[in-house]
Design a protein around this ligand. Structure first.
Ligand SMILES: [Zn+2]
Ligand SMILES: [Zn+2]
Length: 741
């Protein structure tokens, strides 16, 4: 354990019910055991009731829903004409269903609430349009269904008074940028019906919630961040797996083995525990290892540990959820699927295997423990990664730092273009509408007009029309996944689950080892066109990891400045990348026992990148011999990619990189860190603006790592296309130092 933080208990601060709250709404809450609301709930509710948009960013289980339900239900009591309607938007169907259950239990008369999503039957949809005062939906449904057919929703939209955007920190990166435009389209359509709804955004604690809310909705918002809900004391430990003797040299014990041991120990101690892991495969591994450890102690305990992840089919998910609620299960290894509103109360401990990407997610996951004001334990276990090792040795990063801002970029032209088309299809665009879509809109509109997607009519007061037969909304894929690949076992016809098609290049290529509920499968074929991977049961004693190569050209510079002898640039690039093979590593030791070529299609990406160049004299002056420069640049690239998530709400898979001693476009030693999505997602841009703290933390973590030649905790990367060759750790340190002078 590298650090133990005692987070003291916090007493509740309650206030009186606002005088405008409908007496029946108040009575229902009182009957449900809420005698007085907490101060932050009322502060947010007052703003919303006054028609001022508000972002409420407080901890898990701080009752954010009461803050928007007080005004929404009070309005619903007046019906559509006197009061007004509410549109509630959540990132998942599961969360919306959970919210509806809560509303039904509250049972406020006249609040006609219903979900509107892919599962809603037609009769219910008709009812929703005609009578509902409170509709729960998701951005995908707004985008694909409600906005394109807004005429049928005229009655609801004309009366729209509140728009609730729940779990809004989920809307980050490209997905966040898409949702920002869906909300702008919603505002525009509402304006056509004479409605200007007030936005209430609920978020996990995050830096600058008001700014994020404004980027997301396009309207100014006030922030409520002072959490007045009670909290039990939490012991928060930072934990680093020990060094052990590997096959050839000292290496760190794996984060999953360490997490599994802690999970087993906590289960023995009768603590109800969830271990959060990053990947679906990791969830299977941790549950499997914990069960194996428990079997020797008490076979019954071994049966009370399970894994839970996104990608399970609905009935598998429900069965696991039910036994978790009942306490029949005592230990669960879960992917972050659980983060999204699935309510598991009464946890004693939370284990977090590896930095979860953002400080906001870390607190969100840790906040799952000790719900009823009970004391609780949270442990962050470092994985073999530069960011993780930095964090567990610099506790101030976790405990004394405002959480990172949620990054999204509504000005990405790739994201904006399809939404302008969709908006024009909903109602032809006029010049005054363009402002809603931000400063990039005029250029993008001109391109769409030139490309024939939109047709302009009229000279003095032009209108832009969508004239094609296709549905304009089909142009944008909000989740940006570019489709899904379904894993099927042909021997039984069983569908194992789904992965998004970009990730499929890495995890569902022919020969890939895929683990599902403790069973191991080997992928036999991958059909990216039809989105199907065929798998068969197997018992390989190895895991697989894909190898990717990429090539990068600079398209143009957006901004540049000096940093010591280096030049730091933000610009647009074109990246061609291809998964060309995979390696097999023995389970346990990690020894490489083979590698195979693959024949997968190349992927092309135009995106945004941050890069820095160093002239030859500066490289020499830094004490890096020519022969070591490639390894030094490569090591610096890996470490800086690993540290970017500390500055921006991205994860390592959202960004890529490339380094070279002489790039064809710069003629100099160049290190690129680029967004992994078309048009960029704001991550590289954030790196450019936060360069000194980003590269400073990168230098620090490389300098502090006790290894001699580089390890996964500093300069090695799990997704390196070159098998982590060459890498020169001391050289990387000298380059970064030169950069920071
Ligand atoms: Zn190291
Ligand atoms: Zn590499």
């Amino acid at each position: 354990m590298t650090h133990l933080e005692d987070i003291p208990a916090r007493p509740p601060r309650t206030v009186a019910w606002p005088s405008w709250v409908d007496p029946i709404v108040q009575a229902r809450y009182e009957a449900a055991g809420i005698e007085r609301p907490w101060a932050h709930q009322v502060a947010a509710a007052e703003l919303a009731w006054a028609g001022r948009s508000v972002a409420i960013a407080t901890g898990t289980a701080s009752g954010k829903s009461l803050a928007y339900l007080l005004p929404a239900l009070t309005a619903a009591r007046g019906g559509r004409r006197q009061g007004g309607t509410t549109l509630y938007i959540s990132p998942t169907k599961a969360l919306a269903a959970d919210q509806l259950r809560g509303l039904d239990e509250l049972g406020v008369p006249d609040a006609v609430a219903t979900t509107y999503d892919g599962d809603t039957p037609t009769e219910l949809r008709t009812m929703a349009r005609a009578h509902a005062t409170y509709i729960l939906t998701n951005p995908d449904m707004l985008h694909r269904s409600l906005l394109p057919s807004h005429h049928r929703w005229a009655g609801f939209l004309r009366a729209l008074r509140f728009v609730v955007v729940d779990e809004c920190h989920e809307y980050r990166g490209v997905f966040g940028s898409h949702v920002a435009h869906v909300l702008r389209r919603l505002r525009r359509v509402c304006a056509g019906y004479g409605a200007t709804p007030t936005f209430v955004l609920a978020s996990a604690t995050s830096a600058d919630p008001a700014g994020t809310a404004e980027r997301l909705t396009g309207v100014p918002a006030e922030a409520i961040t002072d959490d007045a809900s009670p909290r039990g004391a939490t012991s928060f430990a930072l934990w680093e797996p020990p060094w052990q003797l590997g096959r050839e040299e000292q290496e760190r014990r794996s984060v999953l083995a360490e997490t599994a041991d802690l999970l087993a120990d906590l289960v023995i101690a009768d603590a109800r525990t969830v271990a959060f892991v990053r990947s679906r495969r990791a969830a299977e591994t941790v549950a499997g290892l914990a069960r194996a450890a428990l079997r020797s102690v008490d076979p019954d305990l071994a049966t009370r540990v399970a894994s839970y992840r996104a990608g399970y089919l609905a009935h598998e998910r429900r069965a696991l959820e039910a036994s978790m609620q009942s306490g029949e299960l005592r230990g669960v290894a879960a992917t972050t699927a659980l983060e999204l509103g699935v309510d598991i109360s009464g946890l004693d401990a939370v284990l977090i295997a590896g930095w979860p990407g953002t400080l906001a997610s870390l607190w969100q996951q840790a906040g799952r423990a000790g719900r009823a004001g009970q004391d609780s334990l949270a442990v962050l276990i470092a994985s073999d990664d530069p960011l993780d090792s930095y964090v567990v040795h610099h506790p101030h990063v976790v405990f004394d730092r405002p959480v990172e801002a949620t990054v999204l970029d509504p000005n990405n032209p790739y994201v904006l273009a399809p939404h302008l088309c969709a908006a024009a299809a909903e109602k032809s665009l006029v010049a005054a509408d363009i402002d809603i879509f931000g400063p990039a809109a005029p250029d993008v509109l001109a391109q769409l007009e030139a490309g024939g997607q939109l047709r302009r009519r009229g000279e003095r007061q032009p209108r832009w029309h969508w004239t094609k037969r296709d549905r304009a909304a089909d142009l944008a894929d909000l989740r940006g996944s570019g489709g899904l690949v379904t894993l099927v076992e042909p021997a039984t016809g069983r569908v194992l689950g789904t992965v998004d098609s970009v990730r499929a290049h890495f995890t569902a290529h022919p020969g890939a080892v895929y683990v599902h509920q403790g069973e191991t499968y080997v992928v036999r074929s991958l059909d990216l066109v039809d989105g199907v991977a065929l798998v068969e049961r197997g018992t390989p004693d190895y895991t697989t990891s894909a190898q990717e190569v990429s090539d990068l050209r600079i398209l143009g510079e957006v901004a540049a400045r000096r940093s010591g002898p280096a030049r730091l640039v933000l610009g647009d690039v074109e990246v061609a990348s291809q998964v060309v093979g995979y390696t097999k590593r023995l389970l346990g030791t990690g020894e490489i026992v083979g590698s195979e070529p693959l024949d997968l299609p190349a992927r092309e990406l135009r995106t945004r990148s941050v890069w820095w160049t160093l002239p030859d004299e500066a490289v020499a002056a830094a004490g890096v011999p020519e022969a070591d420069a490639a390894g030094a640049a490569h090591a610096a690239e890996h470490a800086s990619i690993g540290m970017l998530p500390l500055m921006a709400s991205c994860d390592r898979w959202d960004v890529g990189g490339l380094s070279t001693v002489r790039h064809i476009d710069t003629g100099l030693l160049t290190v690129f860190v680029h967004d992994g999505h078309p048009g960029g997602a704001g991550f590289a841009e954030r790196g450019y603006h936060a360069a000194s703290s980003w590269l400073g933390a990168t230098r620090q973590t490389v300098a502090d790592c006790p290894c001699e030649h580089g390890c996964p905790s500093c300069v090695q990367s799990p997704k390196c296309g070159n098998g982590n060759e060459p890498l020169d750790k001391p050289g990387a340190l000298r380059l970064l130092e030169a950069l920071l002078t």
